[in-house]
Design a protein around this ligand. Sequence first.
Ligand code: PMP
Length: 394
Amino acid sequence: APSLAQLQQQPADALLALIKLHNADPRADKIDLGVGVYRTDTGATPVFACIKAAEAKLLAGQDSKAYLGPEGDMGFVHALMPYVFGAKDPTMGGRIDGMQTPGGTGAVRLALGLAKRAGYRRIWMGTPSWPNHAQIIADLGMELKSFVHASKTGFVDMDSLRFAVGQAEPGDAILLHGCCHNPSGIDYSDAQWDEIAPLLAAKGLLPILDLAYQGLGAGMDEDAYGVRRVLAEVPEALVAYSCDKNFGLYRDRVGAVYVMSASADQVGAALSNGHALARAAWSMPPDHGAAAVRLVLEDEALVKQWLAELDAMRDRMRQVRARLATAGMAGTIDLSPLGSQNGLFSIVPLTAEQIMAMREKHAVYMAGSGRINIAGLTMGNIDKFIAAVADVTA
Ligand code: PMP
C-alpha cells in the first residue's frame, strides 16, 4: 500500500558529500577541486561588480514585486538573444523566441519537457555528461541513448558521434553541450561543428543545445559558434541557457529556454506549451537575478564591465591550463591535453584508488569521475597538485 514509509533513503549527492569532507579537513594546504563554481586566484567566488551595480539600481528603482507570469522577465530573455544567436539577426527572422527559467537546470528540464510534448522519445547524448542530464531524461520517462563523447586521451571522439547519428532515427533528439563541456572540458572545434550541423539536419534529429558556460571558454562569440552553426542548418531546435556561471549568479537561478521553429506562429505555439509546463512545475521563475542581468545588458557601461570581468575569469583559467600543459607528464598522466580544453572543468583520468590517495595523502579533493574544477587551482597551489598527481600515479 502507498505510504511515505515506501520512500527509501537516497544516497547523498556525491559532490555535496565531498564539500563536507573538505570542510572538515584540518590540513591548511587542502585543495578543493570539487564544486563547480568559479574561483579567483585567492579562492573567492565574488559577486560580479556589474551585478552589484545592477542590483543597486534594481533596489532603488523597483516599485513592485507583483507577479510577472510563467514566461518571466521577457526583457531579460530578449536582451540575451544577440549574445547567444548573434547581433545581426538574433531572432533569425522571427523564428526564435524564449522564456525565462529557474537556472539552466530549469531550462534543460523545460527543453526536454517540450521535446516530450512534441512527440520526441529518444535522446542521444555523449557521455560522460553533467549527471543531471540523465536524471532529467529518466524522470521524464524518455529513453537515453548514449555514445562516447571523448577519448581517454582527451580528444573528441568524432567516430562515436558519427556512428550514433548513423544509428539514430529521424524523430530522435540529440543533446549537445554548446561549449565548456561538463565534465570533460572537451569541446567540438569549429570544423567539427561544421560537420555535425549538416549531419543532424540530414538525419532529421532535433538538436537540444545546452549552453551553460558561454564566455568561459574562448569568448562570447566563439563559445556560441556551435549553437549558431547548428541553428543555421536545421529546421527546429531548442536551446537551454544558464546565466549562473557567466554572471556569477548561481544561487539566484537565472536561465532561459529558446525555441527555434519554422515560423513565429509555431514558436509562439511551442512556447505556450512551455508556459503550461512551467505553470505546472514552478509557476514562474524567480525574478531578482534575471532582472539584474537585464539591467546589466540594458546599460552600455555595465555591459563593458561584465565582458571585462568575463575576460579576467577566462584569462585566469587559461593561465592555469597553460601551466598544467607545460607540466606535461605527471607520473603516468599526460596533463598537456588540458591546455587546449575549455571552461571550468577537465578530467584527470585517475583510478578510484588514486583519487582516494589524492584526498587522504595530499588533501586534494576531486570528484569520483576524475573531474577537476580548473578554477580551484591557483598559482599558489598548482605545483602541489601536479606533484600529487605524479605521486599517486608513480
Ligand atoms: N548544464 C550544464 C552542462 C551544467 O554544467 C549546469 C550546471 N552545473 C547546468 C546546465 C545548470 O546550471 P544552473 O541550473 O546552475 O544554471
